[in-house]
Design a protein around this ligand. Structure first.
Ligand SMILES: NC(=O)c1ccc[n+]([C@@H]2O[C@H](COP(=O)([O-])OP(=O)(O)OC[C@H]3O[C@@H](n4cnc5c(N)ncnc54)[C@H](O)[C@@H]3O)[C@@H](O)[C@H]2O)c1
Length: 248
């Protein structure tokens, strides 16, 4: 029997990049996956791929995680479709980089709403059934930027550092109900998000990474899968940096 057999996992921002790799890894471990993305086409593509390549059962949902009401509705739909929810991975995230003196109020709000409020919205949608079941795994995807700060990312770093405080408080609230809450903080990972970086920025970033290279989405996915699995039942409120040593 696979470690996550019969479990249901919600992965946000799973239409591509790190989220897609997490969905894939959890499905390989036997979980049924609710693939959430902003766009129907991306989530459907990933769900179809999972159903064809891994004999799992995946379903696609389109939702903006920043929209509280819409997220509660999708949560109800997922529980109606699958009957339960065991794992929530809050992975959806955006950047709107700029120096603070040029940062618009809209870009501040957009990033905080997607990255931080989005996690709150998704937890609110699943926490009652998890408490009732007296078990659950919540894994929030932060960033090296939230640990050490990166110039040009005050909005993003604030949202990602906020996720760490959010996760630690939440882990204390729900530990007695058998629910663990942990954070994975990736460094520079090869995805669409980092494909926009100039060669100059890439070189400057690599110079700060002891392992001297960017990571792959699978580096994050395997750690998330470990934290979601039975071997991690005594780990809660922790932050696991997967960044080639950048933030140590
Ligand atoms: N790539 C990196 O180097 C890196 C480093 C540290 C942290 N992260 C974090 O990892 C996560 C995944 O990043 P990625 O590199 O795969 O990015 P990506 O841009 O390739 O994918 C992000 C996904 O999130 C979805 N998304 C964004 N806002 C959303 C919203 N409001 N509602 C629903 N879905 C939304 C997007 O549609 C997309 O599918 C993000 O939280 C990001 O901040 C990435």
């Amino acid at each position: 029997m696979k470690p996550l057999e019969n479990q249901v996992a919600i992965v946000t921002g799973a239409g591509r990049g790190i989220g897609e790799a997490i969905a894939h890894q959890l499905a390989l471990q036997g979980a049924k996956i609710a693939v959430l993305s902003r766009s129907e086409s991306n989530s459907s593509k990933v769900a179809l791929h999972l159903n064809q390549k891994i004999a799992g059962s995946a379903k696609a949902y389109a939702v903006d995680v920043a929209d509280f009401e819409a997220v509660q509705k999708v949560g109800e739909q997922i529980i109606a479709d699958f009957g339960r929810v065991d794992i929530l991975v809050n992975n959806a995230g955006i950047t709107r980089d700029n120096l603070l003196m040029r940062m618009s109020s809209e870009h501040w709000d957009e990033v905080l709403n997607a990255n931080l409020k989005g996690a709150f919205n998704c937890v609110r949608a699943v926490i009652r059934p998890m408490i009732k079941a007296r078990s659950g795994r919540i894994i929030n995807i932060s960033s090296v930027s939230g640990l050490m700060g990166l110039a040009g990312q005050t909005n993003y770093a604030a949202s990602k550092a906020g996720l760490i405080g959010f996760s630690k408080s939440l882990s204390r609230e729900v530990a007695s109900r058998g629910i663990t809450v942990n954070v994975v903080a990736p460094g520079f990972i090869e995805t669409d998000m980092t494909s926009v970086l100039s060669e100059e920025v890439r070189h400057a970033a690599i110079a700060q990474i002891p392992l001297n290279r960017f990571g792959q989405p699978e580096d994050i996915a395997t750690a998330v899968s470990f934290l979601a699995g039975p071997s991690a039942s005594y780990i809660t409120g922790q932050v696991l940096a997967i960044d080639g040593g950048m933030s140590m």
